[in-house]
Design a protein around this ligand. Sequence first.
Ligand SMILES: CC(C)(COP(=O)(O)OP(=O)(O)OC[C@H]1O[C@@H](n2cnc3c(N)ncnc32)[C@H](O)[C@@H]1OP(=O)(O)O)[C@@H](O)C(=O)NCCC(=O)NCCS
Length: 382
Amino acid sequence: MENVTDKPEVHRGLEGVIAASTNIGYVDGQAGMLSYRGFDVKTLAEQSNYEEVSFLLMYGHLPTEEEYKKYVTKLRELSEPDANIYELIRKIGAKTHPMSTLRTAVSYMASSDSRENSENLQDQEGMAINLIAKLPAIVGAIHRVYSGRDIILPDRELGYAANFFYMSIGTRPDPMESKIMDTALILHADHGMNASTFSALVTISTLADMYSAITTAIGTLKGSLHGGANERALRMIQSIGSPEAAEEKLKNMMEKKEKIMGFGHRVYKVYDPRAKILKQYADYITQKNDRNLYLTANRIEELMINKLGSKGIFPNVDFYSGMIYNALGFKTEIFTPIFAVGRISGWAARSLEYAGDNKLFRPKALYTGEKGPLKYVPIHER
Ligand SMILES: CC(C)(COP(=O)(O)OP(=O)(O)OC[C@H]1O[C@@H](n2cnc3c(N)ncnc32)[C@H](O)[C@@H]1OP(=O)(O)O)[C@@H](O)C(=O)NCCC(=O)NCCS
């Protein structure tokens, strides 16, 4: 039966609906804990690196030395996109939002992969690795073109995060910049059944290819209720302008019932563990420049927790990440594509996991329209 008529409960936004099982990542919103394959993200952020975390998400265990070397070598070998991708990015140019360019570029990747129509799991995995390997160079090139600069090819001597920084900013990062970039990517690598992950699963469940699934996910990440919040959080902190102005401006925004960007979360009702880690790096990286921005953010946080902490409203991952990217030299419009570079491993791992035990997604909708049948009136008689 397509149309349900007996008024069952509608789960708007599928809130609370368990649509699949997974053993990839776990979010405990009450305890403020996030883990990948059982490893606390805090431990991974301190002790691991993005390549290892990506392997962990994809294959379910920490790699042995040999597995790690093989994985890193593969990512580096595949890191350079074809010339036609660079050409496309140049052609789209600086007028288009980087998330739109990224969505188009990832979709275009399928045209140079002979596996693009395969439903075979091994081919899907091959496409996933190709995407993980190439996304930093693609986002790096988009950042360069968007800011009117020349594209930089990958340096295969650099690690994943350092290379991404290099291709985006144009200088090789110092050890601390490299660590901060790596940490940001690790912290964004996976996060439960969020909207973009879910959309990737819907696409892969039709037996479409991995490029289609990731293109879908990127389109979903673009919105300001999802990946786009970090851009808006930074703009808000910049517009508040100083710690002294924070109280008055926040009061005005709250009176107008505006949401304060970078606060609150569907799952976390305590301090987002990712925000806690990023806050320390924001503090560090703004010591030389942008100190006013950090102090303003800190004051906003203090006021918000006083006012709404009792309702479970705390800073989320987007509150401090934008400030960090800004201090590292990234343009604001590239913040969400950076999120995508981190999240690519989670999207890919979860898509493969779902494809391994596939069931086509096909929920129902409660029909609330006219049941009819109405009389069809020819157009000239209406
Ligand atoms: C993420 C978000 C959609 C979660 O919404 P939610 O699950 O409906 O939030 P809650 O139910 O926990 O909200 C509890 C109360 O705090 C208020 N609140 C939540 N987030 C708030 C925010 N950022 N600014 C001001 N008030 C907020 C809600 O309006 C609600 O108020 P009420 O009790 O008067 O109705 C919401 O917090 C939000 O829009 N945040 C800003 C955007 C953002 O940073 N997104 C990135 C998320 S990673």
